[in-house]
Design a protein around this ligand. Structure first.
Ligand code: 4FV
Length: 229
């Protein structure tokens, strides 16, 4: 999969050189390409933003530099799914991450700055995504969140794809069960006996029950209506 990002801060994406994503890139399972929007800026000052029509505080991103950058990337790599990172987009979740992980040849993420985008930019993209109901100063971290969430779903990236089934928002679509590792006792807190029993049927049952209870307590919104107690 290819992921292209249009941004005013390409240097921020060095954060994706590390860990699982870094290894996936070395293995050629994923490639990340940043494109500096400033290169498409207007005039000698390479302007990418301007004052809002109708007045108001802050600056708005002009459509022309973004259009030029989007056209340049999609001309070089046709078929990319273009995604605008914005608090006004659909909320990213695991289902969406799975969907994006299946899109070939990949994604073009647009990271904004300032107050946001000229409204006409929305006509140039396939989808708009938000990572949450809060406002950040830039779309770069949201773009990295999308890359992180999608990349680990790509075949071959995770050592054991089995873990994708059991984790939160996996097959059960609920929250993951409590996890424990050594030591058996820590500050007086012991690992539940069932996990030390070696009885895999009992362990599976305990985990499913714990996942149900935790989801009902912490995220009842995740429980489909028909399954609500
Ligand atoms: C955001 C979010 C977000 C809004 C103005 C960047 C900022 C600035 N993007 N999910 N939440 N973007 O806060 O995706 O341009």
């Amino acid at each position: 999969m290819q992921v292209h990002v249009i941004t005013l801060f390409p240097e921020m994406f060095t954060a994706l050189d590390a860990g699982l994503i870094g290894r996936a890139r070395q293995q050629g399972l994923l490639s990340i390409h940043t494109h500096d929007l400033r290169e498409h800026g207007l005039g000698s000052y390479r302007q990418v933003d301007d004052t809002p029509y109708g007045g108001g505080s802050g600056m708005v991103m002009r459509p022309e530099p973004l259009a030029a950058a989007i056209d340049a990337v999609t001309a070089a790599m046709p078929g990319l799914l273009t995604i605008l990172m914005t608090p006004q987009g659909e909320l990213l979740d695991q289902l969406t991450a799975r969907e994006l992980a299946g899109h070939q040849p990949g994604l073009l993420l647009i990271a904004g700055r300032y107050e946001g985008f000229d409204e006409r930019v929305r006509t140039m993209v396939d989808r708009e995504l938000s990572i949450g109901d809060y406002v950040l100063s830039g779309g770069e971290l949201p773009a990295m969140v999308v890359i992180e969430a999608v990349a680990r779903l790509l075949p071959g990236v995770l050592g054991n794809p089995e873990s994708l089934r059991e984790e939160s928002f996996g097959d059960s679509a609920g929250l993951e069960y409590p996890q424990y590792t050594r030591p058996e006792e820590f500050r007086g807190m012991r690992v539940p006996e069932v996990l030390l029993s070696g009885n895999h049927a009992k362990i599976r049952e305990w985990r499913a029950d714990e996942s149900r209870k935790r989801t009902a307590r912490r995220r009842p919104d995740l429980i489909p209506e028909r399954r609500k107690p």
